[in-house]
Design a protein around this ligand. Structure first.
Ligand SMILES: NC(=O)c1ccc[n+]([C@@H]2O[C@H](COP(=O)([O-])OP(=O)(O)OC[C@H]3O[C@@H](n4cnc5c(N)ncnc54)[C@H](OP(=O)(O)O)[C@@H]3O)[C@@H](O)[C@H]2O)c1
Length: 301
């Protein structure tokens, strides 16, 4: 039996959906919300002991939205509980190699190390940055781009390789299904010990976002790099948690250093079709961002 954690989340939900669509595969979902799914809360080890019962293959979706010490405690509890429950193979959704020097890499690499020492087989899916990253920047920048003709961001000339979440889910579904079948047929899987770099094959920088904004908004938009200090000042009043500000600044810092553009990826080899295009998602976010700004302006006016 396969268990997917975090099925109320976007990635976990897509993976669970994909697995349940495969005939003859025994897949169950886990979430903090419980309900018809198994209750799996990484912060509550008792839920893991109960929730992991009878599971052969665990698709362990990272739960990264917290301070590092909280994430380490959560992920450590999952590894310990999986070992105690006799799970045979764990598939962990980690972070791609291009993000190695980002602050969010620390809990991912720590978790990979803990998994490597565990008594079960492991496959690491090193997920690239989501297309939501440039899409979010385009949405946030749409309003001022209309007013000023400028899209400002602290990206320097760096470009960020990004991937559609559905592609990452498709790979997780394929790997989990193959692991389950391999275990039944041979007792171990071809994916055991593998680390797959699922980097996006499209890289998007400030200039590309400005071009998308220009097309979506029907006016010229120029890209303007801003210093990290300016970005940090803007984020201070944004309502983000302090740890989120740290991670966000780290992303821009890595982008400016040119570190987030991947040179190679295992993604195309693991997908049944070409990786999904991501520019359209960025354009749609730009249009939605502009529409919501216009609505706010009309309401305020
Ligand atoms: N590659 C990237 O660009 C990128 C960007 C942001 C985040 N991430 C990482 O990728 C993960 C999945 O992304 P997403 O877009 O699906 O995020 P999302 O939609 O915000 O979902 C958050 C996920 O975290 C799970 N979670 C939170 N606290 C948990 C806990 N105490 N115990 C168990 N699960 C917990 C949620 O599970 P339930 O709500 O179902 O319990 C849900 O699956 C994130 O959690 C984060 O670690 C990657």
């Amino acid at each position: 039996m396969i268990l997917v954690t975090g099925i109320s989340g976007a990635l976990g939900g897509l993976v669970f959906q994909g697995l349940t669509a495969i005939d003859g595969l025994d897949a169950v979902g886990g979430t903090r919300a419980g309900g018809t799914a198994r209750r799996i809360d990484f912060d509550d080890p008792a839920s893991l002991a109960e929730g992991f019962a009878g599971v052969d293959v665990l698709v362990f979706v990272s739960a990264g939205y917290a301070e590092d010490d909280v994430v380490l405690a959560r992920h450590g509890a999952v590894v310990d509980a999986a070992a105690r429950a006799g799970i045979r193979h764990v598939i962990y959704t980690s972070l791609a190699g291009s993000g190695e020097l980002m602050t969010i890499a620390l809990p991912h690499r720590w978790t990979e190390s803990r998994l490597a020492e565990a008594p079960f087989d492991v496959t690491i899916l090193r997920n690239g940055l989501y297309a939501e990253v440039p899409a979010g920047l385009a949405a946030a920048g749409a309003g001022s781009a209309v007013e000023t003709g400028v899209f400002a961001a602290a990206l320097g000339e760096g470009r960020v390789s990004v991937v559609a979440k559905q592609d990452l889910a498709d790979v997780a579904v394929r790997v989990a299904a193959e692991v389950e079948r391999d275990l039944a047929a041979h007792g171990s899987s071809r994916h055991a010990g593998q680390v797959y770099e699922l980097e996006g094959v499209t890289a998007i920088g400030g200039r590309e976002i400005a071009e998308v904004l220009a097309e979506a908004l029907g006016r010229q938009v120029a890209y303007q790099d801003i210093p990290l200090s300016g970005m940090r000042a803007a984020l201070a009043g944004s309502g983000l948690e302090p740890y989120q500000v740290t991670h966000t600044i780290s992303l821009f810092s890595n982008a400016k250093a040119g570190l987030l553009e991947a040179r190679s990826s295992d993604l195309p080899a693991l997908l049944a079709a070409e990786p999904r295009p991501v520019m359209e998602a960025v354009a749609e976010a730009a249009r939605a961002g502009y529409r919501s700004q216009s609505v706010t302006a009309v309401r305020a006016g």
